[in-house]
Design a protein around this ligand. Structure first.
Ligand code: ADP
Ligand code: MG
Length: 152
């Protein structure tokens, strides 16, 4: 049996894409070198909206979209280098090595990984996990955002 001690956990509810963007932006403003944020949640739940806010919080003004077909998109204009992964279409974890993910995970910037659960074994224990779920009982645009990991 193993137990994982979680130092910190919090939950938000948002009722519009703008609110999810603002949560991402707040975390982007506080982000520090070496942090990895793992986003999990179904297609269309708001992972990219969150990421767009996060990028804005880092001071990135160029458009941020899901890099689904490239897996990795890098942005250099912000306060820290920003590496945006979307591993939805990854076939095998080895593809991550081919992309050179280690230079991003253990480099000078911050990373967001959409669909991080698909490459679970590559994610360091220090990563912050952010789970976004639809909360349909509270309306079509309601999302529950749970953040677990080290204090951010
Ligand atoms: P994902 O990256 O998880 O596949 P996207 O961020 O691309 O999802 O898309 C989320 C969609 O859900 C957008 O069309 C967005 O406008 C919509 N949406 C509605 N309500 C919310 C909310 N509270 N937070 C985030 N997105 C929302
Ligand atoms: Mg996306």
């Amino acid at each position: 049996m193993t137990a994982t001690e979680r130092k910190w956990e919090t939950e938000w509810k948002t009722y519009s894409p703008e609110e999810t963007f603002q949560i991402g932006k707040r975390l982007g403003e506080k982000a520090e070198k070496g942090q990895i944020f793992c986003l999990s949640g179904d297609l269309g739940v708001g992972k990219t909206v969150f990421t767009q806010g996060f990028a804005a919080g880092l001071g990135i003004t160029e458009p941020v979209n899901s890099p689904t077909f490239t897996i990795l998109q890098e942005y250099g204009e912000g306060r820290l280098p920003f590496y945006h992964f979307d591993v939805y279409r990854i076939g095998e974890e080895e593809e991550m090595a081919e992309i050179g993910y280690e230079d991003c995970f253990f480099g000078d910037g911050v990373c967001i990984v959409e669909w991080a659960e698909l490459i679970r074994s590559l994610i360091p224990d220090s990563a912050v996990w952010i789970c976004i779920e639809k909360e349909l009982a509270e309306g079509f645009d309601c999302r529950r955002i749970t953040v677990k990991g080290n204090k951010i």
